[in-house]
Write a protein that binds this ligand. Sequence first.
Ligand SMILES: NC(=O)C1=CN([C@@H]2O[C@H](COP(=O)(O)OP(=O)(O)OC[C@H]3O[C@@H](n4cnc5c(N)ncnc54)[C@H](OP(=O)(O)O)[C@@H]3O)[C@@H](O)[C@H]2O)[C@@H](O)CC1
Ligand SMILES: Nc1ncnc2c1ncn2[C@@H]1O[C@H](COP(=O)(O)OP(=O)(O)O)[C@@H](O)[C@H]1O
Ligand SMILES: [K+]
Length: 477
Amino acid sequence: MRTAERELMARLPEGALMQRAAAGLAATCAELLGRVYGSRVVLLIGSGDNGGDALYAGARLARRGAGVTAVLLAPDRTHPGGLAALRRAGGAVTSGVPADGAGAAPRAVEELIGRADLVVDGIVGIGGKGGLRPDAAPLAALLRDSRAVVVAVDLPSGVEADTGEVLGEAVRADLTVTFGTHKPGLLIDPAREYAGSVRLVDIGLTLPAEAGLEALQHADVAARLPLPGAASDKYRRGVVGIAAGSARYPGAAVLAVSGALRGGAGAVRYVGPAGDAVIARFPETLVSDGGPARAGRVQAWVVGPGAGDDASAVAEVLAADVPVLVDADGLRLADRAAVRARTAPTLMTPHAGEAAALLGVPRETVEASRLSSARELARRYGATVLLKGATTLVADADGGPVRVNPTGTAWLATAGSGDVLSGLAGSLLAAGLSPLDAGSVAAYLHGLAGRFAADGAPAGAHDVAEALPEAWRDVRV
Ligand SMILES: NC(=O)C1=CN([C@@H]2O[C@H](COP(=O)(O)OP(=O)(O)OC[C@H]3O[C@@H](n4cnc5c(N)ncnc54)[C@H](OP(=O)(O)O)[C@@H]3O)[C@@H](O)[C@H]2O)[C@@H](O)CC1
Ligand SMILES: Nc1ncnc2c1ncn2[C@@H]1O[C@H](COP(=O)(O)OP(=O)(O)O)[C@@H](O)[C@H]1O
Ligand SMILES: [K+]
C-alpha cells in the first residue's frame, strides 16, 4: 500500500489521494445517516493521515448540514489541511486528551459520543502498531456503549493491519471504509470481527501483481473446478482414497465420503472399519478390507477423520507417492519426519487446537495469530497447511501468498463439518488440483455450502455436504 501510494502521490497534485479517500468515506457516512442535514457526527482524530481523511470527510458532511465535532487526540499535531477544511465548513473542535494523559476521556467527549448518530474513527490507520495507546484507548471503550453507528477509516483503530492480530484495546466498528485494497487485518480474525462490514474505495492505486494474502472470488474458483470432458472416465477424473473412521466414530468416515463424492473425483475408495456404515449410506463407494497399502490405486489419500489410534494407516498413507491430506487424529499420529520426507504434496488441515498441539503452544496463541501460525506450521512440516476456524487460511510451505477464505460462516462450527471438508479437499487433490488450490477451493465451496445449508437456521454436517452441489452451481454461474 505504502509503495503504491508513494508512486501515485508523486504523479498527482498534493492531497488528491486523500480527497478521493475522504469523498468515498463521506458518501458512505451520508448513506448510513440517511438524512445528513441535522444529524450529529463525531470525528475521533489521531495525529496522522488517517485523521486527515476523517477531517476532510467531516467537512463534506458539515457542508451538507450535519453538526460535526472533531475530537482531537493530538491537538498540536492534527492534519492541518483537514482541520482547516472542517473549520471552514463550520465544524467544531474539542480536545480528546484525558486529563492525566491516560484513564478516562474528558466528560464533554463522553457526552458528545452519547448523543452522536455517527462516529468516524480516524484515530489511526496503517501507521499504527501495538494496540491503542493509553490516551486513545478510552475513546474505543466509550464507543462500545454508544448507540451511534461507528465507521472506521481504513481500519478499525488499534488492530494490526498486516496480521489480523489485536494486541490491546481496539475500536469495534459497524462498517470500515478502506482505501486501495483490503488489508490482512480486515480479512483475518480476530481483527476482522472488529471491522464490521468492509467497503472498498478505489483511489486509483496500481497494486503489485503478487499479494501477501489472496482471497479467491467466484470466478477464480470456477476456473479451478475439475470438470469432466468427453474423454473422461472415472479413473481419469481421479480416485480418492479415504482412510477414516473407527468403531467409535464410524460417522466421520461417512461424512468424509459424503464430501469426497461431491468434490469432482471419479470414484471414492474407502478403507477402514466403517465400511458397512459407508456402503449403507453411499452404495457407490468402493470399499476394501485391509489397510491403505493393500487398497487399489488412488490419485490422492485422505487420512485421519475419526481414525482413533490407528497409527499404521497413517504411516501407510504417508508412504504413498500421491498427494495426501492429513486431518484430525491423523495429525496427532503422523510422524513429522515422515511428513517432511514426502516427495508428493501433503495438505494438513488442523483446527486451532490441533495446530496448537503441533506447534507446542496454547490454543489461544494460534487463534490470536492465525497468519503466523499457519505459515509456521507449513514451514516446519514442509507441507501445505489449511488452518480451520473463524477465518480459514491456506499456507504453502514455500512462503508464497496465503489464501484467506472469504465464504466462511459460523454455522459451520458443527460436529463433523471438518470431515466433510477433508473429503472434499481430498477429492479435489485426486482430480489434480495443487494442495493450495484444493484447500482453498474446498474451503470456499464448504463455506458457501454452509451458508446455503443453514440459511439462517442450524444445519448438520450432512446438510453441508448435501448443499455442496448448490455451491458448485452458484460458483459456475
Ligand atoms: N498516504 C496516502 O496517500 C494516503 C493515506 N491515507 C490514509 O492515511 C493513513 C495512514 O496515515 P499515516 O501514515 O499518517 O498513519 P496513521 O495511520 O494516521 O497513524 C499514524 C499516527 O498515529 C499515531 N499512532 C501510531 N500508533 C498508535 C497507537 N497504537 N495508538 C494511537 N496512536 C498511534 C502516531 O503518532 P505518533 O507516533 O507520531 O505520536 C502517528 O502519527 C491510512 O490508513 C489512510 O487512512 C488515505 O488518505 C489515502 C491516501
Ligand atoms: N466460528 C467459525 N466461523 C466459521 N467457520 C468455522 C467456525 N468454527 C468452525 N468453523 C469451520 O467449521 C469446520 C469445523 O471443522 P472441525 O473443527 O474439524 O470440526 P469436526 O472435527 O467436528 O468436523 C471447519 O471448516 C472450520 O473452519
Ligand atoms: K481508523
